[in-house]
Design a protein around this ligand. Structure first.
Ligand SMILES: O=C(O)CCC(=O)C(=O)O
Length: 269
């Protein structure tokens, strides 16, 4: 499909270009949020889905709640509800405008992030997706209120047009992932509070992450999708198959190099 729709206002587009992120409030309706929540909780209740959802038994989890509620990787490959929302036409319209061309879908994830779960250290998505030229864009869909107490998303405005940084090692007591990008001098971390149905779009250079969920009784569930523009020439093969918004597979050359940091990254971020 050609990028013709103009979904966003000029001010919204300008804001995305200037800050590297944009929040659209209430993009999904309450009944749609409920549908997604019911869908993913049902999948959770169904247990292990090889390659997508790999929870441990209570015994093996050894008190780590994230081992009972690990994130789902690429649920759209095994679940039609996830696929439908990954390829939702409202997201397509926004992404058309943000990329300035046809968007393609590379990834979906579902984070349960229950009370007590660790967060995800600051990082840049394009360190992992390795999209060239250009970068990827994430659509982070809040399914619960996401705030400072339950480990909502944090962004570092000003990093969105910087190069990819070589990560350091994260503190594993507060992050379940390994890589950590320190906040560049002069910039600040900004928490983005969201309500269910709000969608945060951000580009793949923007440094972002989240703190632990410090509540005792609240999930912070989010459906997270990553997209690339049609004119991208190379990216990590881990995200194949790439789909257009009709659901058809699109081929793209593998970006096989180690990236600017000289590290092989093959896998989720
Ligand atoms: O939702 C989170 O806590 C972090 C998600 C994230 O950083 C990502 O999807 O790249």
């Amino acid at each position: 499909m050609i990028a013709t729709s103009r979904t966003l206002t000029p001010a919204q587009l300008r804001s995305f270009r200037e800050d590297g992120y944009l929040v659209l409030r209430g993009l999904l309706r309450p009944d749609e949020v409920r549908e997604l929540l019911e869908n993913f909780m049902q999948m959770h209740a169904g247990g292990r889905i090889p390659g997508c959802f790999e929870p441990k038994s209570s015994e093996d989890a050894q008190g780590d709640i994230l081992k009972l509620y690990p994130r789902m990787l690429h649920p759209h490959r095994v679940n039609n509800v996830a696929l439908r929302y990954l390829l939702d036409e409202r997201l397509e319209g926004v992404l058309n405008d943000l990329f300035g061309e046809e968007p393609l879908a590379a990834q979906s994830m579902l984070y349960f992030k229950p009370a007590g779960a660790r967060g995800q250290a600051l990082h840049q998505d394009n360190f992992f997706l390795k999209v060239e030229p250009g970068t990827c864009i994430a659509a982070w869909v809040a399914l619960d209120p996401a705030d400072r107490a339950n480990g909502g998303l944090e962004v570092v405005p000003g990093t969105h047009d910087m190069d990819v940084f070589c990560p350091e090692e994260a503190d594993s007591t507060v992050s379940f992932t390994r890589d950590y990008v320190p906040v560049p001098e002069g910039l600040e971390v900004l928490p983005v509070d969201l309500e269910p149905g709000d969608v945060l779009f951000f580009n793949g250079q923007l440094v972002h992450g989240s703190q632990p969920n410090s509540t005792v009784d609240r999930f912070r569930r989010s459906f997270i999708c990553h997209y690339v523009g049609r004119s991208s020439e190379r990216m990590s093969a881990w995200y194949r198959p790439i789909l257009d918004f009709r659901g058809d597979e699109v081929t793209m050359e593998e970006n096989a190099g180690g990236g600017p940091c000289g590290v092989e990254v093959a896998g989720p971020h």
